[in-house]
Design a binder for this molecule. Structure first.
Ligand code: FSO
Ligand code: SF4
Length: 540
């Protein structure tokens, strides 16, 4: 196997024996083949000039397939094998209806069983692109597409789609098969991926806010009550809605975990009085925190940490693109309805959660809420009460080096405000950082996709302050990344013209030295240093 798609990749060069994430060789190879089958479908769509509005099944399953391969989303060999077969059927159907000459092997290969799949996977993985710069750029596009697919999939679950995004996903996937593209053309494709990343995040923002209302300032309890409960993790709000509906009147409470925390900020979910609060910290702490939670846990997406102990494993369920062998998986029916009764029944048999902390977290500072506070914010900037904003969006992760972000938040001058989104916030969202004239010093916009809100806020401030360039604003970007959704967020920011983004705790292992050089020279991308040096640099 070879995988270097996430920040925790072995030695920052690639996982070759087993994933640091826990992904085994078989899963890694099957995921490679699943991506390859998506590329084959894309080739047929692009070369055959297929109308994407007429192939919704293919569109949706390409999203699902890309999502399945995101770090920590799906570890289930059987589920991935079944998805490969599904994609080959879709591919063959498309090919029969749209015969195109000169198709790539990805569009024509056949395999019939697991052994055949693994044999095929050995020759089509990441390393099959020999030139390291071409490989780096192709993978940068693929990882961006994975993140884009995840966000587009959540929007789809709410009933919102954008055919231009599907067309671009096919274009991007097919381009990674094209040996004729120059490095410059691939760099342009990377930026175009960022452009559609903005479109995907805007689509999801519109889907979420049209259905669930605009996030608003909310205090979220982090303690517990004395009822049996279900913990819901991941990013999918439609799953949360269905779970809340089905738990009404059952005596079972619902708590959010990790990236589901921002659900509390939406007005829609406030009507459920069994929607109690948030339990625990960010994703990588789950093996310690799921024990004392005592009840069942539902993963709607990543990030799953392979559960070691059988008692936890028995309580874990997955749905959507997520999966783990041996854990219950809840499928949607043809109308998208999911039956969570097995989880609710299990919860009723188990004790209430054990309290691991008390207090609350404040969030809900997505674009609409911040616009409502705009006068206050602008005044604070003009008066000098706020000297600088720090966008610290992105992800959290296991590495010790991420303690940098806690220390950075603690040591920032008191006249600065952190704008955050994604699970990166857990490094500092429980610190007593105070407020500036009533404006909290950590403004949480929401999930990683709500980084879109931070960009919208920046563009609005640019307009208010009548600036030419978004980089003239007193905003610095010190972003933590982990998986491929952070890649699309980064590419989206680059597309929007944001320069001098600092990215840590390490620069992506999938950037070849030459590609890294392009990012440094064109966009001023940099890594992180020591907290003191970085704060001095940013405040200068
Ligand atoms: Fe985090 Fe995991 Fe949201 Fe990611 S929980 S790391 S970028 O899945 O998607 O922020
Ligand atoms: Fe390694 Fe990350 Fe790939 Fe897992 S997702 S195999 S940790 S690079």
């Amino acid at each position: 196997m070879f995988c270097y798609q996430c920040q925790e990749t072995a030695k920052n060069t690639g996982c070759t024996v087993k994933g640091v994430c826990g992904k085994n060789e078989v899963v890694a190879k099957l995921q490679d083949l699943l991506i390859y089958s998506c590329k084959g479908i894309a080739e047929i769509v692009v070369k055959g000039k297929v109308d994407v509005t007429a192939i919704s099944d293919a569109n949706h399953e390409v999203l699902n397939s890309l999502f399945i391969t995101i770090t920590n989303a799906n570890f289930d060999e059987d589920a991935i094998e079944a998805q490969i077969k599904k994609m080959m059927n879709i591919r063959n159907g498309l090919k029969n209806q749209n015969p195109a000459v000169d198709l790539h092997d990805a569009a024509t290969f056949t395999v019939s069983d697991r052994d055949g799949m693994l044999e095929k996977a050995a020759s089509i993985g990441v390393l099959s692109t020999e030139n390291e710069d071409v490989r780096s750029l192709r993978e940068l596009v693929i990882y961006g597409l994975k993140g884009m697919a995840a966000y587009t999939h959540h929007a789809l679950n709410i009933g919102k789609e954008n055919d231009d995004i599907y067309s671009f996903i096919y274009e991007g996937l097919a381009s990674t098969l094209n040996d004729g593209l120059s490095v410059d053309e691939l760099v342009a494709l990377v930026l175009k991926t960022g452009e559609y990343g903005v479109a995907a995040m805007a689509l999801l923002d519109e889907a979420n806010t049209s259905k669930y209302g605009n996030p608003e300032i909310t205090q979220v309890d982090i303690g517990v009550r004395n009822n049996p409960a279900i913990l819901i993790s991941g990013h999918d709000l439609t799953d949360l809605e269905q779970l809340l509906e089905q738990t009404q009147g059952t005596g079972v409470d619902v708590y959010t975990h990790s990236e589901m925390l921002p659900a509390h900020y939406y007005p829609f979910f406030k009507k459920y009085d069994n929607f109690v609060g948030n339990y625990g910290g960010s994703w990588w702490r789950q093996l310690d925190e799921f024990g004392p939670f005592n009840g069942p846990i539902l993963f709607t997406t990543n990030c799953i940490v392979p559960p070691r102990k059988d008692d936890i494993r028995d309580r874990i369920f997955t749905t959507g693109s997520a999966g783990f062998p041996g854990c219950g998986h809840i499928e949607a029916d043809e109308n998208g309805k999911k039956d969570f009764s097995a989880i609710i029944d299990m919860a009723k048999q188990l004790p209430a959660p054990t309290e691991i902390e008390t207090g609350s977290i404040v969030g809900g500072f997505a674009h609409n809420q911040v616009f409502a506070l705009a006068d206050k914010v602008v005044d604070a900037v003009k008066s000098g009460d706020i000297k600088k904003f720090f966008v610290m969006a992105g992800c959290d992760g296991r590495m010790r080096s991420r303690e940098y972000y806690t220390e950075f938040a603690e040591k920032l001058p008191k006249d600065t405000v952190i704008l955050t989104a994604g699970c990166a916030k857990y490094r500092y969202n429980k610190l007593p950082l105070g407020d500036i004239g009533g404006i909290p010093r950590v403004l949480d916009a929401g999930q990683c996709n709500d980084s879109y809100s931070l960009a919208v806020i920046a563009l609005k401030l640019k307009e208010i302050f009548e600036l030419e360039d978004v980089n003239e604003l007193p905003i610095a970007y010190n972003i933590a990344w982990y998986e491929q959704k952070a890649v699309i967020v980064l590419l989206a920011l680059l597309y929007l013209g944001v320069k001098n983004i600092h990215l840590g705790p390490t620069l992506p292992g999938f950037l070849s030295p030459n590609v890294a050089k392009v990012l440094v020279e064109t966009f001023g991308i940099a890594g992180i240093g020591t907290v003191e040096d970085d704060i001095e640099l940013f405040m200068a």
